[in-house]
Write a protein that binds this ligand. Structure first.
Ligand code: PEP
Ligand code: NA
Ligand code: MN
Length: 612
């Protein structure tokens, strides 16, 4: 092969044939001007970001405010994940299930091959070796992303462990790697000038679960383009997890230490933009309890030698929704961001070279440049119907080790034992502040029924209630019924005495007059404390048809400015609302067809009979 190798490939820093052949094949197809093997070094990062500043993709922020940090502004049509254009191309349509778009893999490859043909012309093709999780994990999960976007390279360096060490380990262990191919789909013809945010109106985010590969075309935005994150660590990894007997979940992980110095690790699944980052970085408002962060988006969980469920965060950075993250609501995230080394996307710029977004500070700046480059003042904004300065799905991309409250166990390759799992959504009604499941099986059922009002994290209407099983609706890489079955089956590996307890939570319930029924944020520590006391058997609860809800006086309300009646409104089970919920649940589960686990059907029947 050496003789016939493209000259571009001859420079490769590896002799690992499976990688070389793939890189060569991609180069032949996409026809880049040059190939850059990403080593992950500081110097390389400096050079890439310098180039991106010259190209106009990045704006360097004032280093006194945000050292080594940049702002990017996307094409206004490339601001979120595109679920309609996201495909699971399993061999059989049945294996993609009703929650995914599907196309025959050969037909899809043919289509994509046409689109990728020459798609990197005039551009640099970057080869990024990466590992999700720890390089020295028992079974490290490797990937290589090929991309024609330097913004993607710079962002991947924050979000994952990338570069030479990873490449060396792939080569030494002759490891399998997920080939993850990305192009913004904007080739440059001879003499053609580039734009600041190249992308293509046509977008395809495609997964081939059997061969464990990813092809992403047309978008430069986060979840569509940083392929280690949603595409690999959730969609492809969920398929690996099914086949290998573990769980790849859309969950934050936090470490809670009680006043008695007992440690409890909690994993919590919430849909995008529902406060995972805020909960993961929470400052408890109750005395003596300490929270440390392990992860804010993805949890890979497997059963340990004693049947305990262990979780690791496979990521190295935060890709958080900026609006609503502020000095008042999440000072720990703000401190991490303020250390610098961050890339912001679609936020607003302040006149002194910093960034701003809605909710960052109580005081709204008098003048900003909005995410689309327009002058923005409070007056201009209100004249435009409250037009925000930052895009509602604008993001901060920040190294996780800048979090002061990062738990040391973040660095442990085999993770931490999980004591409790929370499932949460954004619901104005029906779902109480917290409900403990009746059993593990009932907890899986709770996860399967999870629902939320849609947010700006995905393109489409905002505020519509949709079912979002385990907050994985856009991320399950296979049939949704098989996915629930996998949860049921994999738990058999667990020691029943050490299975986590499962809770359904809702920070977003409204009172009859439309206000939030619960203050949320740091006060959610009161709910965590109750959950732990339920595990320890020391907190009271009321048994209801949906599970165990707190009595108003079983929650620690010390220092909380709420009447008992107000707390009651947040925690109460409402039989009428649950009767109204049932038809939606039946319709939802009917959509699973034959693959719905029997235990879920049994749980639904149980709920119906308890409600009648
Ligand atoms: C994204 O949308 O790019 C993303 C990373 O995920 P989420 O929507 O869960 O924040
Ligand atoms: Na990194
Ligand atoms: Mn997410």
């Amino acid at each position: 092969m050496g003789e016939t190798r493209l000259p571009l490939i001859a420079e490769a820093p590896t002799t690992y044939e499976p990688l070389l052949s793939w890189v060569e094949e991609v180069a032949e197809l996409t026809k880049p001007e040059r190939i850059h093997w990403v080593d992950g070094s500081e110097a390389e990062y400096r050079q890439l970001t310098d180039e991106l500043v010259i190209a106009g993709t990045l704006t360097r922020l004032n280093p006194e405010l945000f050292p080594n940090s940049f702002a990017a502004f996307s094409d206004p049509a490339d601001v979120a994940r595109v679920e309609e254009q996201t495909f699971i191309c399993s061999k059989n349509e049945r294996d993609a299930g009703f929650t995914n778009n599907w196309m025959d893999p050969d037909a899809m490859k043919e289509k994509l091959t046409g689109l990728f043909d020459g798609s990197m012309r005039g551009r640099t093709m970057y080869v990024i070796p990466f590992v999700m999780g720890h390089l020295d994990a028992e079974d490290p999960k490797f990937g290589v992303e090929i991309t024609d976007s330097a913004y993607v390279v710079a962002s991947m360096r924050i979000m994952a462990r990338i570069g030479s060490d990873v490449l060396k380990k792939i080569e030494e262990t002759r490891a399998f790697f997920v080939p993850a191919l990305h192009s913004v789909g904007a080739p440059l013809e001879e003499g053609q000038e580039d734009v600041a945010w190249p992308c293509n109106p046509e977008k395809w985010i495609v997964h081939f679960p059997e061969e464990r590969s990813i092809w992403s075309y047309g978008s430069g935005y986060g979840g569509n383009a940083l392929l280690g994150k949603k595409c690999y660590a959730l969609r492809i990894a969920s398929v690996m997890a099914r086949d290998e007997g573990w769980l790849a979940e859309h969950m934050l992980i936090l470490k809670l230490t009680s006043p008695e110095n007992k440690v409890y690790n909690v994993a919590a699944a919430f849909p995008s933009a529902c406060g995972k980052t805020n909960l993961a970085l929470l400052d408890p408002t109750i005395e003596g309890w300490k929270v440390e962060t392990l992860g804010d988006d993805i949890s890979w969980m497997r059963f340990g030698k004693e049947g305990e469920l262990r979780a690791v965060n496979p990521e190295a950075g935060l890709f958080g929704v900026a609006p609503g993250t502020g000095w008042g609501t999440n000072p720990n995230a703000m401190r991490a961001i303020a250390k610098g080394n961050s890339i912001f996307t679609n936020v607003a710029l302040t006149d002194d070279g910093g960034v701003w977004w809605e909710g960052m500070t109580d005081e709204v700046p008098a003048h900003l440049t909005d995410w689309q480059g327009n002058d923005w003042t409070p007056a201009i904004s209100s004249a435009a119907g409250g037009r925000p300065a930052a895009h509602p799905n604008s993001r901060f991309c920040t190294p996780i080790d800048q979090i002061d409250m990062l738990a040391p166990e973040y660095f442990a390759p085999n993770g931490v034992e999980i004591s409790a799992i929370l499932f949460g959504g954004r619901r104005k009604t029906t779902v109480p502040l917290v409900t403990q499941s009746r059993s593990w099986a009932n907890g899986i059922f709770m996860g399967a029924t999870l629902s939320s009002e849609t947010t700006a994290a995905a393109a489409g209407a905002v505020g519509v209630v949709r079912r979002d099983p385990m907050a994985m609706l856009p991320f399950i890489g296979y049939d949704a019924g098989d996915y629930l079955n996998h949860w049921v089956r994999v738990s058999a590996k667990g020691n029943p005495a050490r299975l986590p307890k499962i809770f359904l939570v809702n920070w977003f319930r409204r009172t009859r007059d439309g206000k939030f029924a619960w203050p949320g944020f740091g006060d959610n520590s009161r709910v965590l404390k109750w959950a732990i006391e339920r595990i320890e058997g020391t907190a009271d609860a009321v048994e209801t048809p949906i599970g165990f809800v707190p009595t108003a006086d079983s929650l620690d309300l010390t220092g909380l400015d709420m009447t008992e009646a107000e707390v009651e409104e947040a925690v109460r089970f409402d039989a009428d609302e649950w009767h109204a919920e049932l038809p939606g649940l039946e319709e939802w589960f009917a959509r699973f067809g034959g693959s719905l686990p029997k235990s879920i059907t049994a749980e639904l029947e149980g709920l119906k009979s308890r409600l009648s």
